[in-house]
Design a binder for this molecule. Structure first.
Ligand SMILES: [Zn+2]
Length: 372
């Protein structure tokens, strides 16, 4: 029987962050026999260390009973991942960081796996009170985490790719209103491995775009969600409101980011707030006003106990629009404008014509009257 992990889903909006908690000590190196996680045990970050230098991504295509990945869908994932990684590299350059992300989705690559899940993908349990559904979701997460832990030769891959940082991206052939990241919480986890779950679609015809890929990957390196309160991270309601106002384009605002979710590019940014959480900057002035956000260790998660601030449940409303919706809005605006111009022009023309007819009638009247 599989070992059961307690999974606590804390934040449930469009993109969200989760962590798992356990009191057992499975993260002990002795569990793996001769294999040692080495630097992970000494560090505080989990398997994905710092978004500076090399990190290797193991990509897992999860296939449930009702789905099968097509080549086109896998290509879509690869394209999105490439855009997301380019974005992270370019944003790193702005902060003088050398971000190197290693992945390879080609056939025969040792960085890609297919994983069959012997049940139906349950979608998400975002906001749901359905315990049975939650159990199904957790079961799928557990299944994937255990697969990563038991079957992926992480130490060998890190040796081969000359890095001590590795993350696991699980792509799900299905629809869900959430993507999620399992970030390592220092001294509070069963596993060191950090995973992100990214569905193929939000809903029919609405694909998950590269910005979500980048958002979830950033969680694995310490980025906090900025769109909702989260007491264990010290993200207070005041800080959420402040960040949305001052840094409206930060990618960790999720769908509360101001802008468009493009299908082949990312218009959001890594503001200095997220840069601080992932260890790209040592200090931000906001620490004076919001001391609760300061992590115990650089680019790491540690549970905060009774942090300062208001932690009433509070989530920002969405500002980001999907590319399809954005284009539909533009089309609606253009058509509306054309119709308005046409109507206004017609009214003006009619007015001129009426004036012309009137003046012609007056001329005829004058001519007629001159005859008398
Ligand atoms: Zn998130």
């Amino acid at each position: 029987m599989r070992h059961k992990i307690k999974v606590y889903l804390l934040l449930l909006v469009v993109t969200f962050c989760t962590f798992f908690d356990t009191s057992n000590t499975r993260a002990d190196s002795s569990y793996l026999g001769e294999i040692s996680y080495g630097a992970w045990e000494l560090g505080t970050t989990g398997s994905a260390k710092y978004l500076d230098g090399s990190t290797v991504f193991v990509c897992i295509f999860l296939e449930d009973m009702g789905a099968s990945w097509t080549e086109e869908e896998k290509q879509q994932v690869e394209d999105n991942l490439e855009v997301a990684c380019d974005f992270l590299v370019e944003e790193g350059e702005r902060y003088n960081k050398d971000v190197r992300l290693i992945y390879n989705l080609s056939d025969g690559s040792d960085l890609v796996y297919d994983l069959y899940y012997d049940a139906y993908f349950p979608g998400s349990c975002s906001g749901s009170t359905n315990e049975a559904l939650k159990e199904q979701v957790y079961d799928m997460y557990d299944y994937s985490v255990e697969f990563v832990h038991d079957f992926i030769p992480s130490v060998g891959l890190m040796d081969k790719y000359k890095t001590d940082s590795i993350a696991y991206l699980v792509f799900v052939d299905g629809e869900s209103d959430t993507a999620s990241a399992f970030s390592y919480y220092h001294n509070n986890n069963t596993y060191y491995e950090e995973l992100a779950f990214i569905p193929l679609r939000w809903q029919e015809d609405y694909m998950v775009n590269p910005d979500t890929y980048a958002h979830e990957i950033l969680h694995l390196f310490g980025a906090r969600d900025l769109y909702t309160t989260k007491e264990i991270n010290g993200i207070s309601k005041e800080f959420v409101i402040y960040t949305a106002d001052r840094y409206p384009e930060d990618i960790m605002l999720g769908y509360a980011t101001d802008g468009v979710s493009w299908e082949d590019s990312i218009s959001s940014e890594i503001s200095k707030i997220t840069a601080y959480f992932i260890g790209w900057t040592e200090y931000i002035a906001e620490l004076e006003q919001f001391p609760s956000i300061e992590p115990e260790y650089k680019a790491s998660f540690t549970i905060k106990k009774n942090p300062e601030g208001n932690y009433d449940e509070y989530t920002l409303t969405s500002r980001k629009v999907d590319e399809k919706t954005h284009k539909a809005n533009i089309l609606e605006f253009v058509v509306g404008t054309i119709i308005s111009i046409y109507l206004i022009t017609s009214i003006i023309k009619d007015g001129k014509r009426a004036k012309q007819i009137k003046s012609q009638q007056e001329e005829i009247f004058e001519d007629d009257s001159s005859r008398f």
